[in-house]
Design a protein around this ligand. Structure first.
Ligand SMILES: Cc1cc2nc3c(=O)[nH]c(=O)nc-3n(C[C@H](O)[C@H](O)[C@H](O)COP(=O)(O)O)c2cc1C
Length: 389
């Protein structure tokens, strides 16, 4: 067997604070702090506790060149090597002629290979994999304080605007001329009060999908290199963001999950759901934000990272560009919903893990970025911001 370190590993010295009552009663500080090493390896999708000795060894085992197990055991001890293999931060390879890897080692190897194949920037991979939510509910963890409550606890927020430079050098600009786009731009709002019985007409859902996520044109940039032209910009013109529809009440479309094909303009069934299951998944998707869960038409935006990272390999800005792409798409979606007289929304407060599972996506390859939605407003229409999101 030969071994190397996993492709990406961030070792974090993490501090845990506690109350030291005995020290407090003897006149010392009540605050105690303990430190431990936590390994963040994106291919594992879980944190790993590491000892000082293991951290030191990992700092001396490279992630590119395979080394015979016996050599590493000689240098670091057989037990340490076995423990790190089991933890998944060392990766094994069975050269030709040797017995194949046992299932757990083969699994780690496959996850590490998958990560390598995407061309992630290491810090971006760590940030993505360890900022996903699973099982988050507004009641059980995510707080939605009102502005009043926030001000009571934190004091007033920083002002909305900070002037830069001397006022007497500022150049006054003419008032914007009114034009046709204003009718949509100035009516856009975040809908939080969806009519729980209203259906979205199929033609409307189709227009929103095609004009937001659909290809308006296809161009060949080089032999076998095609890009899609969409109504939103995209880094490198690559449009890695895919749209998955969670249909609750769209005329003629059974409740369920679908992939939107941006060129063929078709919904590809991913999972059929009952109306109840679709509503439950919608609730889970938006981390129990009830005001969004009733939206009859939701779109999960997920970036197929290798489409972007093909060009922006191991690139410091690539992950940011994916998120910006999704933001542009969501604004276009909002505007189309507004044009149709509906409230729209976007949220990043989502349970990515449950969505990945429902859609059958591997988070190393497909980044669930945001959930958008829209629908006709119920009575009372406009509901103001409830969260600090
Ligand atoms: C990236 C992003 C994330 C958001 N997340 C949430 C959210 O989790 N919950 C929510 O109620 N609104 C969310 N919103 C909507 C904002 O709260 C809303 O845009 C803001 O209050 C301004 O209101 P308006 O969109 O009606 O102008 C989000 C908006 C953006 C752009």
């Amino acid at each position: 067997m030969q071994i190397r370190r996993c492709a990406v590993l961030l070792m974090e010295p993490r501090e845990t604070l506690g109350l030291d009552l005995s020290s407090m009663f003897s006149g010392g500080s009540a605050l105690s702090a303990s430190l431990r090493w936590v390994g963040l390896a994106p291919h594992l999708d879980r944190e790993v506790d590491l000892t000082d000795e293991q951290v030191a060894a990992l700092g001396r085992i490279g992630q590119t060149v395979w080394q015979p197990r016996a050599v590493l055991e000689e240098q670091h001890g057989a037990e340490l090597v076995a423990d790190l293999l089991q933890a998944g931060v060392l990766v094994a390879d069975a050269p030709a002629g040797e017995p194949p890897l046992a299932a757990p080692l083969a699994h780690v190897r496959q996850r590490d290979d998958t990560l390598r194949a995407q061309h992630w920037r290491p810090l971006s991979a760590v940030a993505h994999m360890f900022s996903r939510w699973r099982g988050m509910q507004s009641e059980s963890g995510m707080q939605f304080p009102t502005f009043d409550e926030l001000v009571k606890v934190y004091g007033p927020p920083p002002p909305p605007v900070v002037a830069r430079g001397a006022a007497d050098t500022a150049i006054a600009l003419p008032a914007p001329a009114a034009d046709a786009l204003d009718a949509v731009l100035l009516r856009r709002y975040t809908g939080r009060n969806f009519d729980t019985t209203a259906q979205v007409p199929l033609a409307l859902a189709a227009r929103l999908l095609q004009r937001t996520f659909g290809a308006q044109d296809q161009r060949m940039m080089a032999p076998d290199a095609y890009v899609l032209k969409k109504t939103s910009p995209s880094a490198g013109g690559l449009h890695p963001c895919a749209a998955y529809v969670l249909a609750q009440r769209i005329d003629g479309i059974a409740p369920g999950l679908y992939h939107y094909h941006p060129v063929d303009h078709q919904l590809e069934p991913v999972q059929a759901l009952t109306a109840g299951q679709a509503h439950r998944l919608a609730q889970v998707a938006v981390a129990d934000q009830q005001w969004f869960a009733d939206a009859p038409f939701m779109v999960i935006v997920a970036a197929r990272v290798v489409r972007n990272f093909w060009k922006y390999r191991n690139h410091a800005k690539a992950h940011r560009a994916l998120l910006l792409d999704a933001g542009h798409l969501s604004q276009t979606f909002y505007l189309l919903a507004t044009e149709a007289g509906m409230g729209g929304f976007v949220t990043a407060a989502i349970n990515e893990v449950e969505l990945e599972q429902a859609l059958g996506l591997d988070p190393l390859a497909d980044v669930v970025v945001a959930v958008c939605g829209c629908g006709p407003a119920g009575a009372g229409d406009y509901v103001e911001l409830r969260s600090g999101a």
